[in-house]
Write a protein that binds this ligand. Structure first.
Ligand code: IDP
Ligand code: MG
Length: 174
């Protein structure tokens, strides 16, 4: 049986679209051996935002903020705030949504994206090079951290997210 080719979902987030750095992000993706097999500019509905960032993420989001130096008493309460900011943010303007395909697509895209908190992301990564934002500052200002891209964290997450953003006929096997 032929193995399905691995795929991952990437979103160039509204902050990066506003800053005119879509091309810079795409260049870095095309410099890998991954292939862009679907791509569109689109604005997420509130419904799509809630499916993309589901309630099941709340606790982990709160914990990540605390791990990165933001003092909050309760990760769940903190996570509830963050998910609200995230959904508002992802619907605030157009994003560029892409499906990438290739060997280890999920892991490779996560590697070139870098860590969630841009001020801690490694130099040479998209987040490390293209954003100076930080989780501590974002939480103080009551907003999501501006970190340029979303990239699926696992094969299962990728399959779920791709189905949210793309119809099968919008994806081109290359
Ligand atoms: P990831 O994008 O690196 O996979 P996740 O933990 O899945 O990170 O979080 C989703 C998004 O939520 C992040 O990309 C970031 O924009 C935002 N985010 C995560 N933690 C915080 C926080 O503590 N404050 C503000 N925004 C956060
Ligand atoms: Mg994530």
């Amino acid at each position: 049986m032929k193995m399905e080719k691995e795929r991952t979902l990437v979103l160039i987030k509204p902050d990066a679209v506003k800053r005119n750095i879509i091309g810079e992000v795409i260049k870095r993706i095309e410099d890998t051996d991954l292939k862009i097999v679907a791509m569109k500019m689109t604005k997420a509905s509130e419904e799509l935002a809630a499916q993309h960032y589901p309630d099941s993420m709340i606790k982990a989001l709160g914990e990540k903020g605390i791990e990165n130096g933001y003092e909050a008493a309760d990760p769940v309460e903190q996570g509830k705030k963050i998910i609200q900011w995230l959904r508002e943010y992802i619907t605030s303007g157009p994003v560029v949504a892409m499906v990438l395909q290739g060997e280890n697509a999920v892991k490779k895209m996560r590697q070139i994206s870098g860590y969630t908190d841009p001020c801690k992301a490694e130099p040479g990564t998209i987040r490390g090079d293209l954003s100076n934002d930080s989780i501590v500052v974002a939480n103080k200002e009551g907003r999501t951290v501006h970190n340029i891209v979303h990239a699926s964290e696992s094969i299962e997450e990728a399959e779920r997210e791709i189905a949210l953003w793309f119809k099968p006929e919008e994806i081109y096997d290359r």
